[in-house]
Design a protein around this ligand. Structure first.
Ligand SMILES: Nc1ncnc2c1ncn2[C@@H]1O[C@H](COP(=O)(O)OP(=O)(O)O)[C@@H](O)[C@H]1O
Ligand SMILES: [Mg+2]
Length: 252
């Protein structure tokens, strides 16, 4: 059975796409078959992390949702492209043209098509995991991603607005009967991990899957489009990504 993991946060810029890219690559490196979907249709970005350019894209998630392409036509096998030797990594990009983004925002799309689509993708490719990168905040997409997934990684930073928003996301996740795991992101280096865990767990009463420190190297990697777990597996950030991947994947 596939395990589907949504990566969400109430506010933007928390590190969702960075986490999605690294966690999915880490799981693939372990030999798993992994699918990644860019459901951040309003601000897609994962194609950048995966170094997928126009020449590799036959169609996007938008094309599938509007009936212009079969799902099989829009899935890109990025395993070799990213030099991953063990498992498999498949990616469904979102359209990054202005017209398509406006259409999604104006018209929405058929939610059932998305849910059925990722189930069919899991069956067809015999996937172990699907990660869904989402748009921040609460929108129809959020509800859809939460409803369609088994686990919701709720990413937050240690600031007041993130805390308030996270409470709302957690409440929604609970109502859908889904399992939330908290990921604390961009934590200042001066803070002690055990204290961060205690603050967050005592506030929300859900388990913390990992604490990610703010790291200049990670920021720089987004500029050079590097996926840390692939290029710098010994880096502290990559180790943290591995720990989070194991928790999200239910391996520990
Ligand atoms: N742990 C981190 N340390 C430093 N910079 C980070 C970290 N995580 C993410 N970033 C940077 O923050 C920005 C937003 O990250 P991104 O993954 O795109 O967030 P989101 O998908 O939630 O909007 C990017 O420039 C990214 O490189
Ligand atoms: Mg993002």
């Amino acid at each position: 059975m596939v395990r589907t993991i949504a990566v969400h946060s109430f506010r933007g810029g928390t590190g969702k796409s960075t986490i999605t890219a690294n966690v999915s690559c880490w799981l693939a490196l372990q030999g798993h078959k992994v699918g990644v979907v860019d459901l951040d249709l309003a601000a897609p970005g994962l194609h950048l992390s995966f170094r997928v350019d126009r020449s590799m894209i036959r169609g996007t998630l938008n094309d599938f949702l509007y009936g212009r392409r079969e799902l099989s036509e829009v899935i890109i096998d990025v395993t070799q492209h990213l030099s991953i030797e063990n498992g498999k990594l498949y990616f469904i990009p979102a359209s990054f043209t202005a017209d398509e983004i406006i259409r999604v925002l104006r018209e929405g799309y058929d939610a059932a098509l998305f849910t059925d689509g990722i189930r069919a993708m899991a069956r067809g490719l015999n996937l172990d995991y699907i990660l869904v990168d989402t748009h921040p905040g609460i929108s129809e997409d959020t509800l859809l991603a939460i409803a369609a997934c088994d686990v919701v990684a709720v990413v937050l930073r240690l600031d007041k607005q993130d805390f308030t928003g996270t409470a709302i996301t957690l409440e929604l996740t609970r109502r859908f009967g889904r399992q939330p795991l908290l990921v604390v992101s961009q934590v200042p280096k001066a803070m002690v991990e055990s204290i961060v865990r205690r603050i967050v767990e005592s506030n929300f009463h859900y388990p913390v899957a990992g604490v990610i420190y703010f790291d200049e190297d990670v920021l720089e990697a987004s500029r050079t489009r590097e996926i840390f777990v692939l290029t710098r597996p010994e880096h502290a950030f990559s180790k943290t990504m591995g720990e989070i991947a194991k928790r999200l994947a239910g391996l520990v």
